[in-house]
Design a protein around this ligand. Structure first.
Ligand code: NAP
Length: 487
């Protein structure tokens, strides 16, 4: 398999450039060769996106919407193929990619496709004059993606950008080059003009080229805080617009009156879905003292039943981490946790066989891990691990847990479990996080804004809020009387 650029409606054929092998995290066997975009490719992508933008911006909202909705239909009709590609690239279980990744990409295209015809400005009556506003597209927007939800990230950026009349150049993570190409082909098959959605492959250097390019109006990144800061700084020289969806170290707070089995379900979803490689994960699980033992025993029992193994088997519940290097990094955090005095309750080992007895020694597998006896200041409780590592912290009072939950440079997400409706709202209103849940965790419907406070990001994806991220507002004053000049 060759992963090339997708520019002006087709995969490029020139492979005379830097390349690397893309590996399957489940066995570290090669999947194919990825070709790094060079300056020429970026120029070609910008020229083609500019041409497509000039056509697309003149289309009515309804016309744009039809292309987006058709693209969603095409993705759904190719569900099994795309889900398998995603599983091979990311290492996540097929049982997830079949129900979440492709559907959530299609949901975004349907939602923003339906909304495209409704994007409108305001009318303002000014007595002998009136004013109106026009939300206008920005131009070419660049999307830069992380490797954990490749097609979802591409669609969450492309759908609102295109609905608003922009074109997009998308750079997937160098580790997951496959499914952005599928999205590009689906747009073409749905009748989009060539260049409306281009894909350039490559590492951070390609992201930096897009950020610096004067022909690109906006950068939308999903990635780490460190990359977000670089892009923000790079975009500043041209005051380019940015949306930054970054990392987190989010709290999940379980009060003593909570429904414990539901809270345990949420803690599992908040830590072990996609091998724990989810930005909004609730990795600091605060449990009130009275229910601490009962919560912990249920959590441990259910964690140890998670089926770790071959991601392509639909019975598998937890797959392989994205790369050997990332696995080593996560193991480094586990070692640091043990060295700091936390107790490794379960997990933290590289299994040799999966739940069906298959040899998985060559993949990047790790058993789901729980630490107890954690302290807030420990590295495992402060840093984003981005792997299947859950830290349990005990608390006594509401006031105390709010202060501890907020004691973080991050502010992406938070969850509260309680059966006291007043407490649920009272606590969540005091938590410094952009995406919150009461009595659930990690549910991200397209209708609700998604994004972070503090260093977890800037701007929002999904919902009506995303329209502001991909338009600029023009206000027009219209005189109905004479011009009153004092000269
Ligand atoms: P990353 O290392 O920050 O990379 C993200 C993207 O930025 C990749 O495509 C990367 O390219 C590119 N990049 C790297 N350096 C760049 C530069 N100087 N200029 C422009 N682009 C550059 O993040 P990751 O390891 O892929 O993903 C994990 C992180 O993403 C975690 O922190 C996670 O929390 C966060 N995340 C956030 C959300 C959210 O919605 N808030 C969702 C998912 C993930 P290469 O990969 O090719 O180097």
């Amino acid at each position: 398999m060759e992963y090339t650029q997708f520019i002006d409606g087709a995969l490029t054929t020139n492979t005379n450039r830097e390349s690397w092998v893309n590996y399957n995290p489940a066995d570290n066997n090669p999947l194919g060769t990825v070709y790094q975009a060079n300056e020429e490719d970026i120029e070609a992508a910008v020229a083609s996106s500019q041409k497509a933008f000039q056509i697309w911006r003149t289309r009515t909202g309804a016309e744009r919407g039809r292309v987006l909705v058709k693209t969603a239909e095409i993705l759904r009709s190719r569900l099994e193929k795309i889900a398998l590609l995603e599983t091979q690239d990311v290492g996540k279980p097929l049982s997830e990619s079949l129900v979440v990744d492709v559907s959530s990409a299609a949901d975004a295209l349907e939602y923003f496709g339906g909304m495209a015809a409704t994007i409108h400005g305001d009318f303002v009556d000014l007595k002998n004059a009136f004013g109106y506003t026009r939300p206008e597209p920005l131009g070419i927007c660049a999307g830069i993606g992380a490797w954990n939800y490749p097609i979802q990230i591409a669609a969450w950026k492309a759908a609102p950008a295109l609905a608003c009349g922009n074109s997009m150049i998308f750079k997937p993570s160098e580790l997951t080059p496959a499914t952005a190409l599928e999205l590009a082909q689906a747009f073409m098959d749905a009748g989009a003009s060539p260049g409306l959605f281009n894909v350039v492959q490559g590492d951070g250097r390609v992201g930096a080229m897009l950020t610096a390019h004067p022909g690109i109006a906006k950068i939308s990144l999903t990635g780490s805080v460190a990359t977000g800061k670089k892009i923000f700084a790079g975009a500043a020289s041209q005051l380019k617009k940015v949306t930054l969806e970054l990392g987190g170290k989010s709290p999940l707070i379980v009060f003593e009156d909570a429904d414990i089995p539901n809270a345990v379900s949420a803690a599992l979803l908040a830590n072990f879905y996609t091998q724990g490689e989810v930005c909004s994960n609730g990795t600091r699980v605060f449990v009130q003292r009275k229910i601490y033992d009962s919560f912990l025993s249920q959590l441990r029992e259910r964690t140890e039943r998670i089926k770790v193994g071959d991601p392509a088997d639909t019975d598998t519940q937890m797959g392989a981490l994205i790369s050997k290097a990332h696995l080593e990094k996560v193991i480094g955090f586990i070692d640091a946790g043990k060295a700091a005095g936390a107790t490794l309750l379960t997990g933290g080992i590289r299994p040799e066989k999966d739940f069906k007895g298959r040899d998985i020694r060559f993949g990047n597998f790790l058993t789901p891990t729980i630490f107890t006896d954690c302290e807030d200041a420990m590295e495992i409780c402060k840093e984003e691990i981005f792997g299947p590592v859950l830290c349990i912290l005990c608390f006594d009072s509401e006031e105390e847990v709010i202060a501890r939950a907020n004691d973080s440079a991050y502010g992406l997400a938070a969850g509260v479990f309680t059966n006291d409706i007043k407490r649920g709202h009272r606590v969540i209103h005091q938590i410094q996080a952009g995406t919150c849940w009461i009595n659930n965790y990690n549910i991200t419907p397209i209708e609700l804004p998604f994004g972070g406070y503090k260093q977890s990001g800037l701007g929002r994806e999904n919902s009506l809020a995303a329209i502001q991220q991909y338009t600029q507002l023009k206000s027009v004053y219209v005189e109905l009387g004479n011009v009153d000049a004092p000269y």
